[in-house]
Design a protein around this ligand. Structure first.
Ligand code: ASP
Length: 439
């Protein structure tokens, strides 16, 4: 068995956390390739090393003295090195970083040093080979990830390497400049490594015991999801559930490698398995509930709309021309409603209305703002009668007025539009009817 293990910033924030990570790795000899993030927060008001690096580089870029800021970053690493009693000095590395900062090596170079240095510390601590991500992860000149080149080079480089540490978050562009993924991108590196070595499992270790059925800020201690499919995860992440970087799914989805979200602080918990497909029945009819506030709806009415060929295309074209993406478009015989992100829409509002009048000559256009969308997601809903009925009766009992309903034909999700102020009550009502009553 071959496992790739990625550890997030909070799992590597201090020497104590490093020790937990060491124990986890030593507990299973299949944990062969380690992808570390940069040290994260040790306590809630703490600053992540990545943010300290961005800040330090900004000072360097504007010609200010950045030495104090860099010393503080070095102190974070030194605390870990001393705590682990390692014989390792990063002095030379920091001298080189200071020189490169002066020469303006770029913001991405600066941010990437967090993972790079943590990789060196980790490799030293675990006595594993260190492989600089700049040697094996590639981007094109425009900063787009070069999947083919990376996969080939990385799999060749790791062939015959039994244990290695490969820092997350960055790689090298074709012109030699260091490039990072977007924030939280070490998750993506982990997936890429897992694909390249044809791993049996990608373990992503963080500070929660997996995906929760819903947002813990709305429901205290919600249940953990045992198994979730890539598709379900996509729906939930899109609607705001975050644990794993969204782009981390794609490399593995095509390779059929499962991801296991685990908690470094509670290794006894089995976490959440993310799989392509599964026969395992979900514990509840629904897998998860996620949602977002801040939508607006544009309701367009016109008599005989249903017989006007091209009506929908013309409407959506107006949104396209104004650079606004739409979320949902429920329609009736003489009405069509377009849901958009309120902040994107607000500045273009009048231009969109004028454009719609020109394009389709509607009878009326009505706008509504401060709406929320809630996605109720679950593979268990397929061929299962009564799910929608249960959702709507729960919402009625909670006095929540439903503004919109949209069920995809995949029967994987039901999207519900409510007013922003009903958002929390709606999620609570749905959670209770599917989860609390079943516990
Ligand atoms: N250190 C980077 C960040 O804070 C990448 C990561 O942790 O995945 O975004």
């Amino acid at each position: 068995m071959k496992k790739v293990v990625k550890f997030g910033g909070s799992s590597l924030a201090s020497a104590e956390q490093f020790q937990k990570v060491g124990n986890i790795i030593h507990a299973d000899k299949d944990r062969r390739y380690v992808v570390p993030s940069a040290p994260g927060k040790r306590f809630s008001e703490d600053i992540k090393v990545t943010d300290m690096l961005y800040d330090c580089y900004r000072a360097a870029e504007s010609g200010k003295d950045f030495s104090k800021k860099l010393q503080k970053i070095q102190a974070r690493y030194q605390e870990i090195i001393s705590g682990l009693k390692l014989e390792l000095s990063l002095d030379e590395e920091f001298e080189l970083i200071a020189r490169n900062f002066k020469e303006q090596a770029g913001e991405d170079y600066a941010a990437s040093r967090g993972e790079y240095l943590n990789g060196i510390v980790m490799a030293n601590y675990l006595d594993m080979e260190f492989i600089d991500a700049a040697e094996v992860i590639f981007f094109d000149e425009n900063g787009n990830f070069d999947e083919a080149k990376t996969d080939k080079c990385l799999s060749e480089r790791l062939e015959g390497v039994e244990f290695a540490v490969i820092p997350g978050f960055y790689g090298k562009r074709a012109d030699g400049v260091i490039n990072t993924f977007s924030r939280g991108g070490s998750d993506i590196t982990g997936s890429i490594v897992a694909k390249a070595v044809k791993a049996d499992l990608y373990e992503n270790w963080t500070d929660v015991s997996g995906f929760l059925v819903t947002d813990p800020r709305i429901i205290a201690n919600p249940e953990t999801i045992g198994t979730i499919t890539y598709k379900e995860l996509r729906e939930l992440s899109y609607m705001g559930a975050t644990v794993l970087h969204e782009d981390a799914i794609f490399p593995l989805r095509s390779a059929g490698i499962p991801i296991n979200i685990r908690n470094t602080n509670r290794p006894q918990d089995s976490g959440t398995m993310i799989v392509e497909s599964t026969c395992s029945k979900p514990k509840y009819t629904i897998t998860g509930i996620a949602g977002k506030k801040g939508f607006a709806s544009i309701n367009i009415e016109k008599d005989m709309m249903n017989s006007e060929i091209g009506f929908g295309r013309k409407v959506l074209q107006v949104f396209e021309e104004n650079g606004i993406s739409f979320e949902h478009v429920p329609s009736g015989i003489d009405t069509m409603t377009v849901y958009v992100h309120q902040d994107e829409f607000q500045e273009k509002e009048q231009s969109v209305i004028a454009g719609l009048h020109r394009a389709v000559q509607p009878d009326t256009i009505e706008l509504e703002s401060d709406l929320a969308l809630i996605a109720v997601v679950g593979r268990g809903m397929k061929r299962n009668r009564g799910t929608a009925g249960r959702i709507f009766s729960a919402l009625a009992h909670a006095h929540v007025n439903v503004k919109m309903i949209d069920q995809g034909s995949s029967e994987l999700n039901i999207i519900i539009g409510v007013e922003n102020r009903d958002f929390e009550a709606a999620i609570k009502a749905i959670y209770d009817i599917f989860v609390t009553v079943c516990i």
